[in-house]
Each structure stands twice: as structure tokens, then as C-alpha cells.
Ligand binder design. Structure first.
Ligand SMILES: Cc1cc2nc3c(=O)[nH]c(=O)nc-3n(C[C@H](O)[C@H](O)[C@H](O)COP(=O)(O)OP(=O)(O)OC[C@H]3O[C@@H](n4cnc5c(N)ncnc54)[C@H](O)[C@@H]3O)c2cc1C
Length: 407
């Protein structure tokens, strides 16, 4: 009798575990159970339909710094299967990757379907059985076998189980995992944008600023990088990174807080004041509105002048010291009241999930139930945007596969 592995979840982590386990041990009967009627649905829509497979970072310590939760855990896993291995794995199967300027890696075809086809072909080649509309409702471990209760009161037994069911937004959805003795770190969303309801700055939607520094008042959260003004508030890499690092803290604040934006992150208040005064001396007869200091986007410059009380016709020579101070302050410390969040359309993940102290990072096996493995977002690991979440899905799926086949 062939031994059986049941993988719960037909997403990136589940597929990577299933296809690798089936290839590494041809005597293993591998079944993927997927609760919906779609396979790899997040891979399909990921990266705007292009699938940001991984990131061109080849240093394990640097790479692990991109995970707000699970940093030490992923560091251990990357020693076994890293970005280089992902690139090679797909390359051997005919999928080449390309790197974008910011380090994100995509298939050269610019289509997530290439990744899906590759994984489906691999599953087909190694006889992975796929069952859709098969939701696992409960798992029990009885007489050295797992008994899985599926929707429609169906039962399935297995020697090994890999849980790769992704993140759940509500604690109640984890009940079937609590039943097997694992504990859950409360799920909260990560990778969201900030809402500024009715704030006049939203009229500048579409304006993006390359070098901002954004701080959240009353916390240590601070990020530098591009910010984008949208019709509902603020987005862009600096904001998304803040939302990831602050996922728990901001949820406790119910997403209501003050954000301090420095639109010119090369300056602080003192250095900007000095630079502004020397600029002012050389341009004393010029109209302020026509002389966009530090090359900010014109609409933002005009907006900040207006907010600071600088009249349209005013020349640098006529700028009262009080207004100059307000303008400098608005350039380096513009304060907005954030009220609420919006899920980032391109890439969102759940922070929280199975507590990492209950899983061995070297094998991905549960420390509570032997022969039970985990992979992907179901664990309390999440990365910032840029291909880090998929890299961890491939890594954890591969390690689970390897260790299942060694059992
Ligand atoms: C729109 C979007 C775009 C993204 N883009 C990127 C990107 O470009 N790069 C990147 O690195 N990350 C991206 N991410 C994040 C990335 O998609 C996830 O981190 C990754 O998909 C997690 O893989 P997973 O296999 O753990 O979970 P999932 O992909 O969520 O797969 C889990 C599967 O399990 C199934 N399932 C759940 N419960 C059960 C059950 N009880 N029984 C049976 N089946 C079950 C689900 O239906 C699902 O198909 C994106 C996320 C979103 C939402």
C-alpha cells in the first residue's frame, strides 16, 4: 500500500509541497484538497496578473528583514531553499525570470498563467491527485492515521497531512486547527493603505513623491520611500511598509492615528530652513509659486503653499517669517489624521496564524502532532510587498515536502 500525503489548500504553498513531495518520493500518493472550484487563484491575480514570484535578494539575513512577522523563523528556512533555488526550480522547468529595477522578479512572459501552467504540469507529471470543492472541516489523529472530515460528511484518511490553507481573516475560521491542539496568533490584515476621509489633499490623487519619510505619532513606526496620494488617502511603498510593520499596533488603534509626512526626506526642519533661506536670498524677486523648491510635484507644491497661507502673487522677499516657518514645517512635517484603511488591491496578506513556537522551522512539522506539516500563510509569517510572500510559500512548501519524503 502506498503511503498517502494529503495537502490542504490548492494555493502556492500547497502546490509546491505536493509537486515536490510527489517527485521526491514516487511511492507517495499525493492528494491536494481545495475548498473552492479554483486552483492557484491568488497566483493568478498576483502582481497585477504578472505574479511577482520572488525578489532578487541573495543574502539570507537581508532577505529575512523583509518579514515583519517570522523573521527568525524564515531565516532558518532560507538556508534550505532560497531565492536562488526558486529561480533555478522554475528555470529547470522552462520558466525564466526577469528582475525589475526595484528587485521584484516576474516570469519573462509577464503572465502569472506561466507559473500556474508550470505547477499544473508538474502535478500532472507526478500523478498528484487534485480534488476541488473539498473543504476540510476537521482533522483527527486516530490509530496513527489522520482522519479528515470534508464538506458533505466525506471522510479521508492519510499518513501525512500538510496544512497550506492560507490566512484566514477571522479567528473563528481557525477552529478546526484549534481542535488539533494548535494555538493561533490573532489574525489582522497587513499591507493596506491609509484613509483620509474628506481631506483636501485627496484632490491631488495620482501625485506621487519619491523621497518621503512617514512617521506614525505615538509609535516607533517610521518608513522612507515613495508615497502616492490617492482619491481616498495615502498609498505607495512607504505606506504599505508602515501598514505591514504596524499591522498589530494599528489594528489596536482601530486604524485611527496621526501620520507625519516629510515630503523631502533628505531634509529635517533645521537643514530645510537653512537651504530655504539661501534659496530665498538668491531668488528674492521671484514669485514663490513659480519656484518650486526641491522639485516637488507642482500640484503638491501649490497645495502646500496654499495650506501654509502663501499668497499666489507673493515674492520670496515678501514672505513673512511666520509663514515661512509654517511652510517649512508643512514640507518636513505635514500632519494628517488617518481614519480607517483600505485593502491594497495588488497584494494583501494576513498577519497572524499558527503560532511559530509550535512548528519546527527545519522540517515545517508540528511540534504538537507528528506527521502534521504546515506551509505558507497559515503560519504567523508575512512579508512586505515585493515577492517576499511567495518566496516564503515556495520555501515552506519545499521543506515540508522534503521532510515528508524523508519520514
Ligand atoms: C491580490 C493579491 C496579490 C498578491 N500578489 C503577490 C505577489 O505578487 N507576490 C507575493 O509574494 N505575494 C503576493 N500576494 C500574497 C500571496 O498571494 C500569498 O502570500 C500566498 O498566496 C500565500 O500562499 P498560500 O498557499 O499559503 O495561501 P493561498 O494562496 O491563500 O492558498 C490557500 C488555499 O487553501 C484553500 N483552503 C482554505 N481553507 C481550506 C480548507 N479548509 N480546505 C481546503 N482548502 C482550503 C483556499 O481556498 C486557497 O485556495 C498577493 C495576495 C493577494 C491577495
Amino acid at each position: 500500500m502506498k503511503k498517502r500525503l494529503v495537502v490542504i489548500g490548492g494555493g502556492a504553498a500547497g502546490f509546491f509541497c505536493a509537486v515536490n513531495a510527489a517527485r521526491m518520493n514516487l511511492d507517495l500518493h499525493v492528494i491536494i484538497l481545495e475548498k473552492t472550484n479554483k486552483l492557484l487563484s491568488k497566483v493568478k491575480v498576483s502582481g497585477g496578473g504578472r505574479c511577482n514570484v520572488t525578489h532578487a535578494l541573495f543574502d539570507i539575513v537581508e532577505m529575512s528583514k523583509r518579514y515583519p512577522r517570522g523573521q527568525n523563523f524564515v531565516k532558518k528556512t532560507f538556508h534550505q531553499f532560497f531565492t536562488t533555488d526558486t529561480i533555478e526550480w522554475f528555470k529547470v522547468r522552462g520558466v525564466s525570470m526577469k528582475v525589475e529595477k526595484d528587485g521584484r522578479m516576474f516570469p519573462v512572459t509577464d503572465s502569472s498563467q506561466t507559473i500556474i501552467n508550470c505547477l499544473l504540469n508538474e502535478a500532472n507529471s507526478y500523478g498528484v491527485e487534485i480534488r476541488m470543492n473539498a473543504e476540510v472541516k476537521n482533522i483527527k489523529y486516530e490509530y496513527e492515521k489522520f482522519v479528515l472530515e470534508l464538506s458533505g460528511s466525506r471522510l479521508l484518511t492519510s499518513d501525512y497531512v500538510c496544512i497550506a490553507c492560507g490566512g484566514y481573516p477571522k479567528l473563528s475560521m481557525f477552529q478546526w486547527l484549534l481542535n488539533i491542539g494548535h494555538s493561533i496568533d490573532n489574525p489582522v490584515p497587513s499591507l493596506f493603505t491609509f484613509n483620509l476621509p474628506k481631506h483636501p489633499i485627496t484632490e491631488l490623487m495620482g501625485v506621487s513623491v519619491e523621497k518621503t519619510r512617514v512617521k506614525i505619532e505615538g509609535t516607533k513606526l517610521i518608513e522612507e520611500g515613495p508615497a502616492l496620494i490617492t482619491h481616498w488617502g495615502l498609498s505607495g511603498p512607504a505606506i504599505l511598509r508602515l501598514s505591514a510593520w504596524g499591522a498589530r499596533e494599528l489594528s489596536v488603534k482601530n486604524y485611527e492615528f496621526k501620520a507625519h509626512i516629510n515630503w523631502l526626506s533628505d531634509y529635517n526642519e533645521q537643514t530645510l530652513k537653512e537651504a530655504f533661506q539661501s534659496f530665498r536670498t538668491t531668488h528674492s524677486n521671484k514669485k514663490i509659486s513659480n519656484h518650486n523648491f526641491a522639485q516637488l510635484p507642482t500640484r503638491l507644491w501649490q497645495f502646500l503653499l496654499e495650506q501654509s497661507g502663501v499668497k499666489h502673487e507673493m515674492r520670496f522677499a515678501d514672505l513673512p517669517a511666520k509663514i515661512e516657518n509654517i511652510l517649512v514645517r508643512n514640507l518636513v512635517d505635514y500632519v494628517v489624521e488617518v481614519k480607517g484603511k483600505t485593502t491594497f488591491k495588488e497584494e494583501f496578506v494576513t498577519a497572524g496564524g499558527i503560532n511559530l513556537s509550535e512548528v519546527d522551522a527545519n522540517t515545517m512539522m508540528s511540534k504538537k502532532v507528528s506527521n502534521l506539516f504546515f506551509a505558507g500563510e497559515i503560519l504567523d509569517v508575512d512579508g512586505i510587498t515585493g515577492g517576499f510572500n511567495f518566496q516564503y510559500a515556495w520555501t515552506s512548501g519545499w521543506i515540508a515536502a522534503k521532510n515528508i519524503t524523508l519520514m
